[in-house]
Ligand binder design. Structure first.
Ligand code: ZN
Length: 499
C-alpha cells in the first residue's frame, strides 16, 4: 500500500517534471523567436525611416498661381534628406508627383541599407528640388531633380518632368504638344540629334551609338520635357548620350525652329523673329524687354570697339561690384556658388527667405561663415506692398529671428520680394532697403550663357547685380561671369561695402 502510494507519487513527479520541461522549452522557443523578431524590427526602423522628430513637413505658396510647394526635410544624421515638390488643386497630378517622390525616397533608403552593410558610416544625403516653367497657354512644366550622394559611390542626379494644365487638371504628354502626323516624331528626332551634334557643349564626349538608341523616333524617348513661351527642352539621364560621369544632358530647341511640327496652340509664327546671334535664348515678348534687346546689340558693338583701345579707367583696379543672390539658401546651388566666390576671393550678399533658412540652416550658416553679408528677403516671398503693414512686418521679423538664431547675427540689409514695398513700410525700423540696377533675369531664362551676356552688357562700376542662388543654371554660369568681371578689374564687395 505504502509502496503503491510511493510509486504514484513518483509518477506524479514525472508528469509534473515533463510538463515543466515542455513549458520551459516552449518559453525558450517563444523568447528566441520574439527576440530575433524584435531585433529585426529595430534594425529596420533604424535603417529604413528617419526618427519622427527629425522630419519636418511644410507647405508654402509659390509665385505660380494654384501651385504650392511642399518641403519635407529629415535632419536625422543617418537618413538625411531635403525634398521639395509641387502640389496643385488637381488630385491626380498630386498623386503622381507623390508616387514619384516616394519611389525615389524608397530607393534612396534601400541604398543606405546597402551602404550600412559595408559598415561604412559616412554621411548620405538625398535632395529633391524642382523648377517651374510656364508656356504660352499658361500650362506648367515641372522638373523634379533628385541628387543622391552616398559614401563610396558617385553623386547621382536624375530628373523627372510633370506637366499640368491648371484649368482642366489635365497632364500634358509630349504627344499633345506636337501635330498628330506620324512623320512628326521622325522630324523631332532628327532636329534633336542635329542640336546634340552641333552644340559645342552637347557634342563633347558624345557616344554616337548610345545617342542613336536613346533618341530613336519614339515619343517615350522625349517624354521628359519642359516647354516655355520660347523653347522646348528635352532631358536625357546620365549615361544615355555620353559616359555616366558626364551627368544629365539637357537639349533646348527654340519653338521657332519646331514651329511647323507644333500644334497651332504652341506655334509662335507671327511673333518677333529670333535674333541670329542668339538662336536659343530668344527675345522676350514685352516691349520693355524688346527694347533691352535692341540696346544689347548696340552695346556689344561699343564693347568690341573699346576692346581695341581700352581706356585707362576700364583697366583700373578700383572698380567695385556687388553680386547679390536672392531666394536661397539651397543645399546644392548655394554651396556651389560659395565655392566659386571663394576661388575669386569675392564677397557677396545673400538675401535669404526665412522659410528656406529654417529648412537649410547649415547652408545659411556656411554662407555667414564664408564672410558674406546676409540680407532679409521675407519669410515666404509675398508681395509686401499688398499685405497689411502688420503682416509685412511679421514676414520681416520672423525672418530676422531665424537668421539670427542660425547664423548668430541679425541680417544687415533688407530686400523686399519683387522690389515691392510701401512708403509706410520703408518708414519702419527695418534694415536699409537694397534694390538692384542690373537684373540678370536668371530666374526666367535659366540659361548660363544668357546670364553671362546680361552681366557683360549691363554691369558697370558700382552696380548691384541681382541673381538667384536657387537655380542650378546660375551656379553653373557664375564662374564665367566672375572670370569676366575680374578680367575687367572689378573687386567683389557686399552691398554694405559698396561705395
Ligand atoms: Zn526674391
Amino acid at each position: 500500500m505504502k509502496k503503491e502510494f510511493r510509486n504514484r507519487k513518483i509518477k506524479m513527479i514525472d508528469v509534473l517534471l515533463t510538463i515543466m520541461i515542455v513549458f520551459l522549452v516552449m518559453t525558450a522557443i517563444v523568447l528566441i523567436f520574439s527576440e530575433s523578431n524584435s531585433s529585426q524590427q529595430l534594425k529596420s526602423v533604424s535603417s529604413h525611416t528617419p526618427k519622427k522628430d527629425a522630419i519636418k513637413i511644410d507647405q508654402t505658396d509659390s509665385k505660380y498661381e494654384g501651385i504650392k510647394i511642399v518641403t519635407e526635410t529629415s535632419n536625422d544624421p543617418l537618413v538625411k534628406y531635403a525634398i521639395q515638390y509641387p502640389q496643385s488643386e488637381n488630385i491626380e497630378f498630386n498623386e503622381e508627383v507623390k508616387n514619384h517622390i516616394s519611389l525615389v525616397k524608397k530607393s534612396y533608403l534601400q541604398s543606405i541599407d546597402e551602404v550600412e552593410k559595408d559598415k561604412n558610416k559616412k554621411k548620405s544625403e538625398l535632395n529633391i528640388s524642382f523648377e517651374t516653367y510656364v508656356d504660352k497657354n499658361e500650362n506648367y512644366s515641372f522638373v523634379l531633380m533628385n541628387n543622391e550622394s552616398l559614401p563610396g559611390s558617385m553623386q547621382s542626379s536624375e530628373i523627372q518632368t510633370f506637366h499640368l494644365n491648371p484649368k482642366t487638371g489635365n497632364q500634358i504628354g509630349i504627344k499633345e504638344i506636337f501635330k498628330n502626323d506620324p512623320d512628326v516624331i521622325q522630324e523631332v528626332t532628327s532636329r534633336v540629334r542635329k542640336k546634340i551634334q552641333t552644340n559645342d557643349e552637347l557634342k563633347k564626349g558624345l557616344i554616337g551609338h548610345k545617342m542613336q538608341i536613346r533618341t530613336e523616333p519614339k515619343w517615350k524617348n522625349f517624354e521628359n520635357y519642359t516647354i516655355t513661351e520660347k523653347k522646348i527642352t528635352f532631358y536625357f539621364e546620365s549615361g544615355s548620350l555620353k559616359d555616366q560621369t558626364a551627368g544629365l544632358q539637357i537639349v533646348s530647341i527654340s519653338l521657332k525652329k519646331m514651329d511647323d511640327l507644333l500644334k497651332p496652340d504652341y506655334q509662335v509664327v507671327g511673333e518677333p523673329p529670333v535674333r541670329a546671334d542668339e538662336p536659343d535664348t530668344i527675345p522676350e515678348d514685352d516691349i520693355k524687354e524688346e527694347k533691352e534687346q535692341e540696346e544689347s546689340s548696340s552695346d556689344s558693338s561699343v564693347e568690341e570697339d573699346s576692346e581695341v583701345q581700352p581706356t585707362s579707367e576700364e583697366k583700373s583696379n578700383d572698380k567695385q561690384i556687388a553680386l547679390t543672390f536672392d531666394d536661397g539658401p539651397d543645399p546644392h546651388s548655394t554651396v556651389q556658388i560659395l565655392e566659386i566666390l571663394k576661388k575669386y576671393n569675392a564677397k557677396a550678399t545673400f538675401f535669404m527667405l526665412g522659410s528656406r533658412v529654417e529648412y537649410y540652416p547649415d547652408t545659411a550658416k556656411a554662407v555667414k561663415d564664408a564672410g558674406h553679408e546676409i540680407g532679409n528677403h521675407s519669410w515666404n516671398h509675398p508681395d509686401l506692398s499688398k499685405l497689411p503693414l502688420a503682416k509685412a512686418l511679421e514676414e520681416i521679423n520672423r525672418t530676422k529671428a531665424i537668421i539670427e538664431k542660425v547664423t548668430g547675427e541679425k541680417p544687415t540689409v533688407f530686400r523686399p520680394p519683387y522690389g515691392a514695398y510701401t512708403e509706410q513700410l520703408s518708414k519702419q525700423t527695418i534694415p536699409p532697403i537694397i534694390l538692384w540696377d542690373v537684373d540678370t533675369l536668371d530666374w526666367k531664362y535659366r540659361n548660363s550663357a544668357k546670364l553671362f551676356n546680361e552681366v557683360k552688357r549691363s554691369a558697370t562700376n558700382g552696380s548691384t547685380v541681382l541673381m538667384h542662388d536657387i537655380h542650378q543654371s546660375t551656379a553653373d554660369g557664375l564662374e564665367s561671369v566672375m572670370a569676366y568681371l575680374q578680367s575687367e578689374g572689378y573687386t567683389f564687395v557686399t552691398v554694405s561695402e559698396l561705395n
